[in-house]
Write a new protein. Structure first.
Length: 345
């Protein structure tokens, strides 16, 4: 009889233990105290280029500390280098062309003045001859009259008309040459203005390209730790592809997860207290800045039981800058004195 009762008592104990386990689990997932965890992390800065480039050299390596302004890498864009060389050549060519045009204009002016001088001397010589002829005619007539020979007055009207025509021709040709010289000298000024305008446009474009070239030397935008280097020297990098990433010296946020089986009223704007898990007594205040709108798998590190996946909502907490937490540290996040609001299960 006694032997038949022992199994019955053991069965009762097993059933009692099972009920207690169910109660503990139910309290754990449904109770007011919510014990969840997350990982302290920093927002990684991705360093990239806006254009397709070739990586020339890397000045840092993963794990290295950098300060703002430190040189991280040097890039090269062949099209940019070729365009800069082309503009420099165009500036030199434009200056040479302007000098050639200016010299040609000056040569033409000198040629016109020389031609005018020759033509004027020729016409003046003819005028001189006609004037001398008219003077001789008058002298002859005067001589004959002195000898008592009656003669008619010399007819110099035709000569004088010819002289007036020649002088008018000199004036017209001088005006024509002056007009041509004025045009040439004006065109010289236009050549100078056009050359100056072209030179200014080329130099402005060159300044823009030099600014783009300076961007090919990548400087650290902030202090931190080199998290990863994505490319090696000599490799091609597509536009906006991260060349390397930088993490901060301290975590700036916590990424936690609320188990889908747990009741929670957490909302954006809630103030929380983030505490380090384990023996460290590090804690810091934070603010909830994001609550996920979908259920996702919780990272393996936050699983309570290995090989037993958990699912939940992601919650992001912004930390104060002067916090004692470590990058990658597992933390508890609570609201109020005891009420824990987010984390992983």
């Amino acid at each position: 009889m006694h032997r038949r009762l022992v199994p019955s008592k053991l069965s009762g104990i097993v059933w009692l233990a099972a009920l207690l386990a169910v109660g503990v689990i139910t309290w754990h997932f449904r109770g007011a105290r919510q014990d969840f965890r997350g990982i302290a992390e920093d927002v990684k800065l991705s360093v990239s280029s806006e254009m397709a480039v070739e990586l020339l050299s890397i000045a840092v390596q993963p794990g290295q500390f950098v300060k703002p302004g430190d040189t991280l890498a040097r890039l090269r864009n062949r099209e940019l280098s070729m365009r800069i060389a082309e503009i420099l050549r165009e500036i030199q060519d434009a200056s040479g062309e302007a000098n050639i045009d200016r010299s040609e204009s000056m040569r033409r002016v000198a040629e016109l003045r020389s031609s005018l001088g020759s033509r004027k001397a020729e016409l003046q010589s003819e005028i001189q001859l006609l004037s001398e002829q008219a003077s001789r005619n008058r002298s002859l007539v005067s001589g004959f009259q002195g000898m008592g020979i009656r003669t008619s007055e010399p007819d110099t009207a035709g000569i004088e008309e010819r002289i007036r025509t020649l002088r008018e021709q000199i004036r017209v040709e001088e005006e024509g040459v002056r007009s041509q010289i004025a045009l040439l000298e004006g065109s010289k000024g236009n050549i100078d203005r056009l050359a100056l305008a072209k030179n200014d446009a080329l130099r402005k474009e060159l300044a823009i390209l030099h600014d783009e070239e300076r961007k090919l030397v990548i400087l650290a935008p902030a202090g931190g730790v080199i998290d990863s280097v994505k490319f090696r020297p000599g490799e091609k990098v597509s536009p906006f592809s991260p060349v390397l990433t930088i993490s901060g010296m301290k975590p700036s946020r916590v990424r936690g997860y609320i188990n889908e089986r747990v009741r929670s009223d957490i909302a954006v704007g809630d103030s929380v207290v983030v505490s380090a898990v384990g023996m460290r007594a590090a804690s810091v205040n934070g603010v909830v800045v994001g609550v996920g709108s979908r259920i996702m798998e919780i990272p393996v590190r936050l699983w309570k039981v290995p090989d037993f996946p958990l699912w939940g909502r992601e919650v992001i907490v912004q930390l104060s800058t002067d916090n004692p937490l470590l990058l990658g540290e597992m933390v508890d996040v609570r609201r109020g004195a005891d009420k824990l609001l987010l984390g992983g299960s």
